[in-house]
Design a protein around this ligand. Structure first.
Ligand code: AMP
Ligand code: MG
Length: 414
């Protein structure tokens, strides 16, 4: 598989992403989950409502239900029944009103509700309560019509929908106790590098802590993937092959970090080539040099760079949409917003840059402020950023230029 590469063998971000997405084969297996456990999962099939919501017209206010024609200002009407939420009223006797509460069904015969604040009451000698109105009602006043939220037979979910708290509420409102969801995507992570040690271990000469595992673990978790294994792989060809094979035996997707450059100690490339197929793309993006894509024994493999912020950016902008497509999500783009640049860049770079920025308001105007250190080895600037600002290749930036901004919240990286 070749990426549509242009000058200097660099492949554009868009072409690289399109190739990845085209190669994704969505999971087809599903499971039925209790609705409360389905948050963050992907709906496996279209769902329709068997009922209307609300099931019956109900009162939007505490007050009185009546026929609007029966009301004359300052002329009292008797209360003939009391209907609270959850109760079922009787047909409304002509010339009378029903005391009614929010959520209670509108009795047959009534066509409006007057809120109690617009009324006054008095009891007569027989203990009968009468209501006087200070405002004339109109038909439909303060009534939530049956089906105003969801019509019977309406579609309430689409296959590929992400189950958000909002969708969970709607599915509950039409009575789904269980929902069919795509099974969780199983991802194995390999972090390559002789220099890596795990937090909790001593970090002695020449070593650094393995941060990529934790970045990836959080990002995968946020998108509902199952991290089935994580392996720290030394820079050694045999161990790399063995780790790839073990990952391929259990995962739907293998994700690695580091070891895909062209150095003598970068063994991932050759190992994948031996065990399957590998395409090494030189993407025209920054940060993020080469991105490897292929398969090991038929299991898709994505090789991210090693540098921590290149991992963040290539995961968010390339691996994440691919994994979303694998999860069966129908909408895999992330929403971007045009935001004015709060900085100047005099030199146009040859690659699309995904810059860590914070949003700030100065003199009443919103602008994207560049984090000072954009190095691909610097991750800490991402924690004080709000999102990524996309500076297209070969583009200078003047103060106020509108650029596409993607918040980390949109990218599941908050
Ligand atoms: P590589 O792509 O393997 O040449 O790694 C590029 C840079 O990223 C090197 O400075 C590595 O030490 C660093 N790096 C690679 N993997 C990790 C990791 N898991 N955590 C933190 N830094 C890493
Ligand atoms: Mg390395």
């Amino acid at each position: 598989m070749n990426c549509a590469c242009d000058q200097a063998n660099l492949c554009s971000y868009e072409a690289g992403l399109a190739q990845l997405i085209a190669a994704a084969q969505p999971l087809t297996e599903s499971e039925k989950l209790p609705l409360a456990d389905a948050l963050g999962r992907v709906l496996h099939q279209d769902l329709w409502s068997a009922i209307q919501v609300p099931p019956m017209a109900n009162s939007a206010m505490d007050g009185y239900a009546m026929r609007s024609d029966d009301v004359q200002l300052h002329t009292p009407l008797p209360i003939s029944q009391r209907i609270s939420a959850g109760a079922k009223g009787q047909d409304l006797a002509p010339g009378s009103v029903a005391r009614i509460f929010t959520g209670a069904p509108i009795p047959h015969g009534a066509d409006c509700v007057v809120m109690q604040e617009m009324t006054s009451t008095h009891d007569d000698a027989n203990g009968q309560t009468w209501v006087t109105f200070s405002q004339a009602p109109k038909v439909g006043d303060h009534i939530n019509p049956a089906g105003q939220d969801v019509a019977q037979g309406a579609q309430v979910g689409k296959a590929g929908d992400l189950i958000t708290p909002r969708l969970m509420g709607v599915l509950a409102s039409v009575g789904f106790a269980k929902v069919p969801v795509v099974r969780r995507l199983k991802v194995a992570v390999l972090n390559t590098g002789d220099e890596l040690v795990m937090p909790g271990q001593p970090c002695y000469d020449g070593k650094i802590y393995n941060s990529n595992l934790f970045t990836l673990c959080g990002l995968l978790n946020n998108m509902g993937c199952e991290l089935i294994s994580s392996t720290q792989v030394p820079d050694d060809p045999d161990t790399t092959r063995a780790a790839l094979l073990a990952a391929a035996a259990e995962a739907d997707v293998i994700l690695s970090s580091g070891g895909v450059s062209v150095g003598d100690e970068d063994h991932v490339k050759e190992a994948v080539e031996e065990l399957g197929e590998l395409y090494l793309w030189r993407l025209a993006i920054k940060p993020g040099k080469p991105l490897a894509f292929g398969h090991v024994n038929g299991v898709p493999f994505i090789g991210l760079p090693g540098n921590p912020s290149a991992v963040l950016v290539t995961f968010l902008m390339l691996a994440r949409p691919y994994l979303m497509a694998m999860q069966g999500r129908h909408s895999i783009g992330s929403q971007s917003y045009p935001i004015p640049a709060g900085f100047v860049r005099l030199r146009a770079g040859p690659r699309t840059e995904f810059m860590r920025v914070s949003l700030e308001v100065s003199s009443g105007h919103l602008a994207a402020r560049l984090q000072a250190n954009q190095s691909s080895g610097v991750l800490s600037s991402a924690t004080v950023s709000d999102g990524l600002l996309i500076v297209p290749a070969n583009t200078k930036v003047a103060h106020g230029d509108m650029l596409e901004y993607i918040p980390f919240t949109e990218l599941g990286a908050a």
